[in-house]
Design a protein around this ligand. Structure first.
Ligand code: DAH
Length: 340
């Protein structure tokens, strides 16, 4: 091979190399690096070959020079093309990587129902089978429904502003203060005011108390309220309903224990414990509806009687799923929520 042929060959090789270097650049920085490497005015590879032209026979130099100019134009236009491709790719990133239809797709991550909402659905279903229909009430309440009609007098400590979330709505002052309901027992009153006996309802929803959050307390939580009013209702009915409920929800033959307690709206009142996983666990309060409450809603306590109960939904869900910290429900951490 003559020196000229060798020289021309070098130029072709350089053009091919430079073109492929420009095409494989994926960022403007990489492209600029490649440009300097091949077209750089001082250290560029093309410059180096150009300098080598002096080694050729004088007669060969015109042809070599012509080829050199042609290769230079080729490299420059390869650079321009790569630059434009990168520009459009940056503007529309989706086009940068080629679509490969043979790759498995990205599985979209579906959200799902929050564990508390799931629990509520299960509780509704179980109580529905026992003949209880679902009633709803507002979360912003007046003192009549949250306290007064439930036989909780003005001086009762449960009405202390420090124990409740009272609202500072001046325009409602005429009807008395409003508050975020502290219990779902409010719905008992609303249902009985709106319907004559018999009633057989549950109500599930949020309640609010200014408690400091810890493993077992949270300023917002959920309750399941139950109310049954009819002729000749007794505590035996209450106990068997709670036992059937507990057995259905906890999945065993759960025992129910009543411990004497006090609630202003029930007489007698009890704390309801379930025997489960070898221990007694308190799930809420219950009792026979106090005659004062029946009177407040216009029912005749001589004609009808009833029972009521209020259970903590978080507590039920936590027991069933071995969750030990109520705050987990409200941290919004999908790593926790995804487990249910
Ligand atoms: N409302 C009560 C509370 O929040 C729970 C409760 C107790 C509800 C007894 C009832 C009941 O219906 O009969 O602590």
């Amino acid at each position: 091979m003559t020196a000229l042929e060798d020289y021309l060959r070098q130029l072709d090789t350089l053009a091919a190399e430079a073109t492929s270097a420009f095409q494989s650049a994926t960022t403007p920085e990489q492209l600029e690096e490649a440009r300097v490497a091949y077209l750089g005015a001082r250290q560029g590879k093309l410059k180096a070959i150009q300098k080598g032209m002096g080694q050729l026979e004088r007669a060969d130099r015109p042809e070599a020079g012509k080829k050199l100019n042609e290769v230079k134009r080729r490299i420059e236009s390869a650079f321009q093309a790569a630059k434009e491709a990168l520009g459009t790719a940056a503007a529309a990133p989706a086009t940068r990587t080629r679509f490969d239809p043979t790759l498995p797709g990205d599985r979209p991550r579906l959200g799902h129902v929050h564990p508390i909402t799931q629990t509520i659905e299960v509780l509704k279903e179980i109580m529905g089978r026992l003949g209880f229909s679902v009633a709803e009430g507002p979360e912003i309440e007046d003192e009549w429904h949250n306290f007064e009609a439930l036989n909780i007098p003005a001086a009762h400590p449960a009405r202390d502003p420090l124990e409740n979330f009272y609202l500072a709505t001046a325009e409602r002052q005429a009807d008395g203060p409003l508050l975020l309901r502290s219990q779902t027992s409010t719905v008992q009153i609303r249902v009985m005011e709106a319907t004559p006996p018999p009633v057989r309802i549950i109500s599930l929803g949020r309640v609010y108390r200014p408690d400091t959050a810890d493993a077992t307390h949270y300023p917002l939580f959920h309750q399941m309220e139950g109310l049954l009013v009819d002729r000749h209702v007794t505590m035996a009915d209450l106990k068997s309903v709670l036992r059937m409920f507990a057995t259905s929800y906890l999945g065993e033959d759960v025992h129910v224990r009543f411990r004497p307690s006090f609630f202003p709206f029930t007489e007698p009142s009890v704390e309801a414990d379930f025997w489960w996983n070898d221990e007694w666990v308190e799930f809420g309060g219950a009792g026979m509806v106090d005659p004062h409450v029946l009177q407040a809603v216009g029912y005749d306590p001589e004609a009808v009687s009833g029972f009521a109960f209020g259970l903590g939904v978080e507590r039920l869900c936590m027991r069933r799923h071995q969750i030990t910290d109520i705050r987990e429900f409200y941290r919004n951490d999908v790593r926790f929520l995804r487990q249910f």
